[in-house]
Design a protein around this ligand. Structure first.
Ligand SMILES: [Zn+2]
Length: 457
């Protein structure tokens, strides 16, 4: 088998051709070398995984790891450690929650300098582009340069969440999409309409509201609906691939379904918070579940599950965004509370339990929504997102009978809070491998981080 050590995983059940099948799996040089009956094949090491399931590592294509610039909230080490323990073996980091932003090649390379060597799992980067680059005419050049550096696509905001990362107007969005179409890269869009939000906010401010209900009223589903509808028309005109991040509303799902039926180049994601919480949960969780956009109604939640099940929503993502708790969350005015949940460590367990175990998702859909589809869309396939010969040996060993409960104090993220605390999960992650090396073991991270930058192919 060559000079590099080989590892055989034996007696586990693997998801092959849509069902669980017992099979051996051989790892060497960080890749899956063979899947099948490997009795008698000489190897350096063998793990007996009787009673265990072997899953492909998850890909979380939407995380904010805050490094460099906001590292009191999260950094690459803490964020990727929580990924490793949660079974996420590749993260794709957003361009706006770091300083400098990743909207120039210099910004991206500065980020890489700051984070290299700190990651417990593999990572890719989103490129950034804002209204500023369109206004000063530099966007065409910066987008081309970022594409050459291997970003997976470009993130734009209809309503900015960060002062350091301005929004795009519809006109600026149109220019960005035309350029992205030329480059053949997707545009990930934070779909909230600024005019609707500003007007809603004005009404809330006049009434003096400072609670969670006021916050919800300030970010209505209509803002998502209008933004998605307008972006879809720009995708149609420019031919650019439009990706709608963190879809929160049933109307959003309906619009995306119609666009897909017409053959428009569109994809979409939603997050565990929208799938598992409704606005009633604010009574208990308060700002711990504050996100942008906010969690909505039971009807929205049902539409999102349906969308994820039938493929209108391509995959799930965390929108992982951590902060110092309780200082940045438990503020007297709900509007001042930081918006974001540290979701990396609970992502795969939650989709496993609530999606696959509870029967909302087939095994095939579970695998697609937790990694395969995102890896394909963002040019990380065939290395990432698959359990198959030739793919990176990014694997999860799971004991399907072990039950455990999510606890905030078990998170290794800097943000020690989660609105999923107390939920019971049937299936415990025992080992996580990244390119054949142990990244997480029995809830402890490995001794040395060995994550690498994975570029779009
Ligand atoms: Zn985000």
């Amino acid at each position: 088998m060559g000079p590099t050590p080989t590892l055989k995983l034996t007696k586990a059940k693997l998801p092959l051709e849509g069902r669980w099948q017992e099979s051996d799996l051989l790892i060497g040089e960080g890749r899956i070398l063979a899947v099948g009956d490997l009795t008698g094949v000489p190897v350096d090491e063998t793990w007996d995984l009787s009673g265990r399931l072997l899953l492909p590592g998850a890909v979380d294509p939407h995380v904010h790891l805050d490094d460099p610039g906001f590292t009191w909230r999260e950094d690459f080490a803490s964020g990727t450690a929580s990924a490793a323990l949660g079974g996420v073996t590749t993260v794709i980091d957003m361009p706006e929650t770091s300083l400098p932003n990743c909207r120039t090649p210099q910004g991206l390379l500065a980020k890489w300098e700051a984070v290299r060597g700190k990651a417990w799992v593999d990572y890719a980067f989103w490129g950034g582009v804002t209204g500023e680059e369109v206004q000063n005419g530099s966007y065409s050049e910066t987008m081309t340069a970022l594409a050459l550096l291997g970003v997976v696509g470009f993130k734009v905001y209809g309503v900015s969440g960060m002062e350091t990362y301005p929004r795009v107007s519809s006109g600026e969005m149109r220019a960005v999409m035309a350029k992205a179409a030329q480059l053949g890269l997707p545009v990930a869009f934070h779909a909230e309409d600024r005019d609707i939000i500003e007007e809603s906010l004005r009404g809330v401010r006049q009434s003096g509201g400072i609670g969670w209900r006021d916050y919800l009223n300030s970010r209505p589903a209509a803002a998502e609906w209008v933004a998605v509808a307008s972006a879809l028309q720009l995708a149609r005109e420019t031919g650019a691939h439009l990706h709608i991040v963190h879809v929160s509303s049933g109307v959003g799902v309906e619009l995306i379904a119609e666009a897909k039926a017409k053959g428009l180049p569109v994809s979409a994601e939603t997050c565990p918070q929208y799938l598992l919480l409704t606005e009633q949960d604010f009574i208990h969780w308060g700002a711990r579940m504050k996100t942008i956009p906010p969690v909505r109604t039971q009807w929205d939640q049902e539409m999102l599950w349906q969308g994820l099940r039938d493929g209108v929503l391509d995959f799930a993502a965390t929108d992982h965004a951590s902060c110092r708790y309780p200082e940045e969350k438990e503020t007297p005015n709900f509007f001042d509370a930081y918006a974001g949940i540290p979701g990396l460590q609970t992502f795969l367990p939650l989709i496993w339990e609530e999606g696959y175990v509870k029967g909302r998702l087939s095994l095939e859909r579970f695998l697609a929504v937790t990694g395969r589809r995102a890896a394909e869309l963002y040019g990380l396939s065939p290395r990432k997102g698959r359990l198959a010969v030739g793919a990176d040996a990014d694997l999860i060993v799971l004991d399907p009978r072990a039950r455990w409960n999510i606890r905030a104090e078990d998170l290794v993220s800097k943000g020690q809070y989660t609105p999923f605390a107390g939920r019971e999960i049937c299936g415990r992650i025992e080992k996580v491998l990244v390119r054949g090396r142990i990244a997480g073991l029995e809830g402890e991270k490995a001794k040395e981080p060995s994550g690498d930058w994975v570029k779009r192919r």
